[in-house]
Ligand binder design. Structure first.
Ligand code: URA
Length: 229
């Protein structure tokens, strides 16, 4: 890999900054000052330092976003801002994309990464990755709904969902938790619609092994660490 790419991917600076750093003699590879930023190095075995500090090469990055309403889960959109618009400066050089999608009005846990294999893996229906949503409803859900969700709800279009866990919550606002292992378009809203309820607010709170931290503000990210298979 080219030295400038390795340094840019590691968040050292822009390509232009890196060229200047290299020219100024502060970058070493295996202890030798290098003067050209387009040389090829082995990012896994060569020791690259800037100002004497070792640079850790990091090819893949995984960010957890507390998605606010009003943003689409896409890399580009002609009408609305996307979750990519929320990515902090230090991660902008990675080609991040959202792992799956939340509706524009849905909040909560969304993972962004540049690791296509990871995304493919966790989105595969065969993997049965569980997602938990907190839903507010126009009217309270019932024990009959709990049974209907457990038995597999047939949604608009005729698809019968896999069994889902519905937990009724107490409180002034009718609300519930829903745990599903699929990701059909508008699935949670359509499941409630099938039992005569309207979702008035939806937030994803768990995705696989990850849980949305209570203290992660809307629109903010936290880096997460994923062991590649
Ligand atoms: N189900 C929905 O209806 N919307 C989402 O954003 C996610 C799951």
């Amino acid at each position: 890999m080219r030295l400038d790419k390795m340094l840019a991917n590691s968040g050292v600076g822009s390509r232009k900054d890196i060229k200047n750093m290299v020219k100024s003699g502060i970058v070493t590879v295996n202890g030798q000052i290098v003067k050209k930023s387009d040389i090829h190095i082995n990012e896994n075995t060569d020791k690259v330092c800037v100002n004497g500090a070792p640079v850790e090469y990091c090819e893949f990055v995984y960010l957890m976003l507390n998605k606010p309403a009003g943003y689409v889960s896409a890399t580009e959109d002609f009408k609305y801002p996307t979750v990519i618009d929320l990515v902090p400066e230090q991660y902008r050089h990675y080609d991040l994309f959202p792992v799956g999608r939340l509706d524009i009005d849905t909040e909560g846990l969304l993972i962004l990464t540049n690791d296509g294999a990871y995304a493919h893996n966790v989105l595969s229906p065969k993997k049965h990755v569980y997602k938990t949503y907190y839903a507010e409803l126009d009217v309270p859900a019932t024990e009959d709904d709990v049974n209907a969700f457990a038995n597999g709800i047939t949604i608009e279009g005729g698809y019968t969902c896999k069994e889902a866990e519905l937990t009724l919550l107490d409180g002034e606002t009718p609300s519930a938790l829903v745990r599903i292992c699929e990701g059909k378009f508008h699935q949670v809203k359509l499941m409630f619609k099938a039992v005569g309820k309207t979702v008035t607010y939806l937030k994803r709170i768990k995705f696989g092994e990850f849980e949305l931290p209570d203290d992660l503000p809307l629109g903010e990210f936290t880096e997460i660490y994923i062991k590649r298979e």
